[in-house]
Unconditional design. Structure first.
Length: 247
């Protein structure tokens, strides 16, 4: 087993230095465009833009793709199931609709992954309070939730190791593998709820959310580069919609 390590982008990278709220806004713009897009051309253009932006994330492309292989698999399965199970429509072949749906899901997932993987959780919480005007209680809750994601990944690995140590294996049966995965997911969910309850009690005991306002130790601002990121995202979405409609 390979020990899980969180993604750590290069802090000097262009997207790593961008304002967290600007990155979330750019991801939200792409997600909204993918939600309303029809056909495979528009999501394909958006995906090309997202993959091109990986050069500015400070993350290794190979490592990022290895970490996101479940997204690739899920998008592929959704597309294949849509082709196989969906009834034939007069608007076109099923494989075109399946390809479009798979690309849309992959683009939505990757846009969120790139935005969060290049963002420090503490900077995100501070920026949510300053630029998004969220309450400190909610922003600190977001920070705590993001900090727990690596813990959940480690626990998923530990659950798998514990089952292998007891000789529990699915073998070559996909049904048994799905049943075991559901059991692991349920155990992970129960552990996450218990940990969240203990964390909430500890934060309440330390006075989080008790004061009417909180001071900000790390000020954040929307610089010209952040506005440029948002404008570039709007331009990518508009170009994707235009190319999709033209083709």
């Amino acid at each position: 087993m390979r020990r899980f390590t969180p993604l750590r982008p290069d802090p000097r990278a262009l997207l790593a230095r961008a304002n967290p709220v600007a990155k979330l806004g750019a991801a939200a713009i792409l997600m909204a465009i993918l939600f309303v897009a029809s056909g495979p051309i528009t999501p394909a253009v958006v995906l090309i833009g997202i993959l091109a932006s990986l050069a500015f994330t400070g993350l290794s492309v190979r490592v990022l793709l290895v970490r996101t292989w479940p997204l690739l698999l899920a998008a592929l399965l959704v597309g294949v199931l849509n082709v196989v199970l969906a009834p034939a429509s007069a608007g076109g072949p099923n494989f075109v609709a399946g390809l479009a749906l798979g690309l849309r899901l992959l683009g939505i997932a990757l846009s969120g992954v790139v935005a969060l993987a290049t963002t420090d959780p503490t900077d995100l919480a501070d920026s949510l309070q300053q630029q998004a005007r969220l309450s400190p209680r909610l922003a600190v809750g977001v920070l705590a939730a993001i900090r727990m994601l690596p813990i959940l990944a480690v626990e998923w690995q530990l659950l798998g190791m514990a089952r292998r140590a007891r000789g529990v294996s699915a073998g070559l049966s996909p049904i048994a593998a799905a049943r075991l995965a559901f059991g692991k997911l349920l155990a992970l969910l129960v552990g996450a709820v218990r940990r969240a309850t203990r964390l909430a009690l500890a934060m309440e005991a330390r006075g989080f959310g008790a004061a009417a306002c909180r001071t900000i130790a790390r000020p954040h601002h929307l610089a010209s580069g952040d506005w440029g990121l948002l404008l570039a995202t709007v331009g990518l979405g508009a170009a994707a919609l235009w190319i999709g409609r033209a083709l």
